[in-house]
Design a protein around this ligand. Structure first.
Ligand SMILES: Cc1cc2nc3c(=O)[nH]c(=O)nc-3n(C[C@H](O)[C@H](O)[C@H](O)COP(=O)(O)OP(=O)(O)OC[C@H]3O[C@@H](n4cnc5c(N)ncnc54)[C@H](O)[C@@H]3O)c2cc1C
Length: 562
């Protein structure tokens, strides 16, 4: 449990630290939400919520289905019979000058958000790029994610077409209320304070103003397969991604002399640079940091890449416990159930994102666009748990559990708390087979270990796995991709690569360390919120501190400098 003192100190540190990153909006170009080109500050417009038309609802849902189908069919990925790719042969001399005609050769491990964005950013700078993805079916798990203002700016800089397509596909959420609510009726200790009814707002966030102040577009929510489709179609040449290609290890051929990369299937690849965008259980990081053989495995992180069947997910819940100890990753204490419900939420015109807080659990929901709600139920329990198999008596074990955990009728949940109806509204609109469960892991910032050695670097969850409550894991991966390509684009000779990768690490580590820390603290605090807010004097102060620190945190997140 995070103590109040720790919380207050951290809030203070963050608020003062955050101000150092506050922007001068005059220095930025601002893309208008209603215009797809870069425009000046004066043209930025605050989005105004308009109810979705049936056409828009249909368009969003169809786009999701077609993107998911493309992903399942590995559309745009390399044909398995191909054997003439550039990476199969080493250049005559690895140690060489880099030019337009003889560009850097970059191999990226992992085709999640980090891998695809990094590849798109390197390709945009004229480098040769290939992605090796271990999954047999190239289909990211899960519904939509928030592409926040900072990541939108990174995408725009990488490739304006990607940015425009993401904005077009996305649903703006900053035009309505977001924040924390109490899940059930809760009084302050001995009645010495306010009595909260279930569903009362505790803290509200304004995610729009910090973005507008920084000259950034408002956050949008986009389906993961759609993001993937856009990056594949507009970011990299067809065939850049090779599926069923798990990297097992790499060999360094000497300073400035490239790398030999070995795949599990016996294939060998040669490159100047290897980027490990292979998620929280990164094989590249395992070798780079000299971790033991338990530290990686065929598994994907939280809501991240890699197609997982129910059987694979069950196995992974157990395997992850072992991998976490080998990889020095931290079990967050939460298991997370997630789904996307095709349902027009009763609060859709007023609320875009809310968390219902409770004891040892919370229920997060966000407008996914197309009259769909994405929800996450985070429950504190030991790692490695799995749900019982469906039986004729209980054909929906996950739903049954969740309906009990967030029971909205007497006698309430196992603590006797009767929950706000909203969790039940979404759960009842969800099919059992659409509910996925994963334990959530994160990690400490890799400040001393680093993110780069020689000509190898890591990015995304491999470098900074974080709790999902800030919705920044994928956004930080996007910033990484941008920064990595920027630094590599300065390389004039292969002997410069090592320095470029160290610069990338040094530029990224302060920001991601702060964000990882806030995400971890925020997550720990959410479950203790219910206790903290009911302590006389401390409770009101605690709520006020949270309310006051949010604009600073958002201002820190929404910087166009990364
Ligand atoms: C519940 C939840 C909600 C979230 N919501 C948001 C949000 O709203 N906004 C946001 O920005 N972030 C969000 N995140 C975080 C985000 O999902 C992750 O940070 C992001 O997906 C990480 O991307 P990645 O590419 O680094 O890793 P991954 O997505 O894990 O991708 C790694 C890829 O590497 C492959 N791989 C692994 N090992 C190998 C190997 N040896 N060889 C080849 N391939 C390999 C894997 O199969 C996988 O496809 C959320 C996370 C969770 C859990």
């Amino acid at each position: 449990m995070v103590s109040f003192r720790n919380y207050a100190l951290t809030a203070l540190a963050l608020t003062s630290g955050a101000s150092a990153f506050t922007l001068n909006p005059q220095q930025t170009n601002i893309p208008s939400l209603r215009s797809s080109t870069s425009l000046s500050m004066s043209t930025i417009e605050a989005p105004v919520r308009k109810p979705e038309t049936p056409e828009r609802v249909n368009e969003v849902r169809e786009r999701f289905r077609s993107a998911a189908k493309d992903a399942a069919n590995a559309r745009g990925c390399a044909s398995p019979d191909q054997n003439d790719e550039w990476w199969r042969t080493a250049p005559e001399d690895f140690s060489r000058n880099i030019s337009k005609d003889d560009p850097l050769r970059v191999i990226v491990t992992g085709g999640g958000v980090a891998g695809l964005v990094t590849a798109a950013a390197c390709h945009a700078k004229g480098m040769k790029v290939a992605i090796f993805e271990q999954a047999s079916q190239y289909a990211p798990y899960g519904g939509p994610i928030q592409i926040q203002s900072n990541a939108l700016r990174a995408l725009e800089r990488i490739n304006p077409t990607i940015y425009e397509e993401i904005i077009k596909a996305g649903t703006v959420t900053a035009d309505r209320v977001s924040g924390l609510k109490i899940g059930y009726k809760k009084g302050v200790f001995l009645g010495l304070g306010k009595q909260y009814e279930k569903g009362d707002w505790l803290v509200k966030f304004d995610t729009l103003q910090p973005a507008l102040d920084a000259g950034l577009p408002a956050t949008v929510v986009v389906d993961r397969p759609v993001i993937q489709q856009i990056l594949l179609n507009h970011g990299i040449p067809d065939g850049t991604v090779r599926i069923k290609s798990r990297i097992s290890n790499y060999e360094e051929l000497g300073k400035g002399k490239g790398l030999k990369i070995n795949l599990d299937d016996g294939t060998t690849a040669y490159a100047d640079v290897l980027v490990g965008a292979d998620g929280i259980w990164s094989s590249v990081r395992r070798q780079m940091h000299g971790l033991n053989s338990d530290a990686d495995g065929f598994a994907a992180s939280g809501a991240a890449g890699g197609a997982l069947t129910e059987g694979e997910a069950r196995r992974m819940a157990k395997d992850s416990v072992l991998m976490a100890s080998g990889a020095n990753r931290r079990f967050s204490g939460f298991t997370c159930y997630a789904a996307l419900a095709e349902h027009r939420a009763s609060n859709i015109e007023e609320v875009s994102y809310q968390i219902l807080l409770g004891k040892d659990k919370y229920f997060v929901s966000t407008d996914g666009g197309g009259e769909r709600q994405q929800w996450f139920a985070l429950i504190r329990e030991p790692a490695g748990g799995v749900d019982p198999e469906p039986t004729p008596e209980n054909p929906t074990p996950k739903l049954t559990r969740l309906l009990n955990e967030f029971n909205n009728e007497e006698p309430g949940d196992k603590n006797g708390d009767v929950w706000d109806d909203f969790a039940h509204e979404l759960l009842k609109a969800t099919k059992e087979e659409d509910i996925k469960r994963r334990d959530l892991y994160d990690g400490s910032p890799l400040i001393t270990q680093g993110w780069a050695r020689g000509q190898v670097a890591i990015c995304g969850d491999a470098a900074h796995p974080m709790m999902p409550n800030l919705g920044q894991g994928g956004c930080q991966a996007t910033e990484d991709g941008y920064r990595l390509a920027e630094e590599l684009s300065n390389v004039k000779h292969t002997s410069d690569i090592e320095g470029a990768l160290q610069t990338y690490f040094l530029k990224r580590i302060p920001r991601t360390t702060i964000i990882q820390t806030i995400a971890q603290l925020g997550s720990d605090l959410l479950v203790d919120f219910d206790l903290m807010m009911t302590i006389p004097l401390v409770g009101p102060f605690f709520l006020m501190a949270t309310q006051l620190s949010m604009p600073f945190i958002l201002r820190f997140l929404y910087t166009p400098e990364f």
